[in-house]
Write a protein that binds this ligand. Sequence first.
Ligand code: GAL
Length: 387
Amino acid sequence: MKGKKFFAAGAGAAMAFTLAACSGGGAGSDPDPTGPDEQGAVTEDMSVGVAMPTQTSERWIADGEAVESGLTELGYEVDLQFANDDIPTQSQQIDQMITNGVDALIIAAIDGTALNSQLEAAAAANIPVVSYDRLILDSENVDFYVTFDNYNVGVQQATSLLVGLGLLNQDGSEGDAEGPFNVELFAGSPDDNNATFFWNGAMDTLQPYMDEGTLTVPSGQTDFEQAAILRWQQETAQRRMEDVLTSTYVGTDLEIDGVLSPYDGLSRGIITALESNGYDGTVEEGFPVVTGQDAEIASVKLIADGVQYSTIFKDTRKLAAQAVTATEAFLAGEEPEANDTETYDNGVKVVPSYLLESDIVYQDNIQELLVDSGYWTAEEVESGTAE
Ligand code: GAL
């Protein structure tokens, strides 16, 4: 097995950094930072493994590329892998990275509970592990977590549903509508820790309206297990929406007014199912209010066209930058700066985290949030495809 490059190089400073990283760093163990030349020499010999779940969703491609370029700019070698949403593939990729002697790992897990043996091997080799966006569960060996405020993402999803129905205004004040409205609820993949956070944030927001009868769920499917869509698959969401329409709405007077959807891929499956069951036009013309997440370009176009109502923008550039900063800290023998040390219990320990904020995207702020910030160009929004 190839030894770690910086050990082979035998650079004193590199050794000091490494030992500090091995001991978990922390105050007092930080070696005096070296000058830019020496620092450069250290990073050039270091490599980082970046494991992303899938390329079927453009956000993970953007995440992977942003992490890769951030690390490359700092002089690290990068091994970026995508796993086609296949758990054994991801496990093998991470095993291989460890065998290849990477100095740090950044992992967006497919199944948060499936990486235990990889993380044990990483710990044995003193490789720090940064959990990326999705928390890795049931392991002592997760060193840091970078993500968004996932509970608040769920609150924002539900809030945008309420705004779309007219029960709230965008500024949070009470809207003119009275309801009652018929809504259906979707959740994310049950093996993704985020899915529960989104669901809890959304349900805490919707529950009072359900309790007073302003919102009803005619299918009766109000449990997470009933609403969850394994692996966040668009086709599965489409099928579930079709099943719910067939079992509850078709052939009755009931009409569906809104759908809580926690991810744009699911939203597009839901919209397709609605369209093939007689719903058409724009939200303004009466199409059900469908929420989302990730500001995927195909959904941003649907929002611009008035068909999907909203999405949640999580700026993956900021998340990638945060992952790079945390990794850099570990490799310098320091502890990354956390802004949350309470929320993310992975079943074994509370993982120190850095949480970023997200924004609700509506038709009228696409320009400000997504185009002016350079996330998508006006042409991409117009065409619905990333260039
Ligand atoms: C979650 C992530 C969401 C969305 C979803 C499906 O873990 O937080 O932003 O991307 O996966 O990919």
